[in-house]
Write a protein that binds this ligand. Structure first.
Ligand code: FES
Ligand code: FES
Length: 156
């Protein structure tokens, strides 16, 4: 064990954990940030997606010891108090979920996409979210929500 220094949603934390402990476990079990979900645990479903230095990563296969010094963002950091982030609002308005298990990962993947490409085409949205699995099959509404968040439903 050792002390890992992590910056999550702008706050610095000192965590007593192994260097190899998955970031997802540190977020959920040590910091009680349970928005990122444990789906496959193998980097295949995207339920655990968070942003690392602004880019989406699979936190289930990211060793916590490798993220020191780089900002981690989770779904809990998106809203401003009671005001939802525009991506969260767009997912609600488009009814882009059923059970909601995949939703935090989808939203964080979207946040990463829109930072790199503020106005993605429908094809670019589908490509960026290609690795995120929705077992409820709400893909078409998710794509609509992402386009809505980007300010252009007509682009889907
Ligand atoms: Fe991390 Fe599936 S739980 S990719
Ligand atoms: Fe259920 Fe996507 S809404 S897995």
């Amino acid at each position: 064990m050792g002390i890992l220094k992590l910056t999550v949603n702008g706050a610095e934390h000192h965590i007593d954990a192994e260097h190899t402990t998955p970031l997802l476990i540190v977020l959920r079990d040590h910091l009680h940030l349970t928005g990122a979900k444990y789906g496959c645990g193998e980097g295949q479903c995207g339920a655990c997606t968070v942003l690392l230095s602004g880019k989406q990563v699979r936190s289930c296969i990211t060793p916590a010891g490798e993220v020191a010094g780089r900002p981690v963002e989770t779904i809990e950091g998106l809203s401003q108090g009671a005001t939802l982030h525009r991506i969260q609002q767009a997912f609600i308005e488009a009814s882009a979920f059923q059970c909601g298990f995949c939703t935090p990962g989808m939203i964080m993947a979207t946040a990463g996409l829109l930072r790199e490409n503020a106005h993605p085409s429908g094809e670019e949205i589908r490509s960026a979210l290609d690795g995120n699995i929705c077992r409820c099959g709400t893909y078409s509404r998710i794509v609509k929500a992402v386009a809505k968040a980007a300010g252009g439903a007509e682009r889907v």
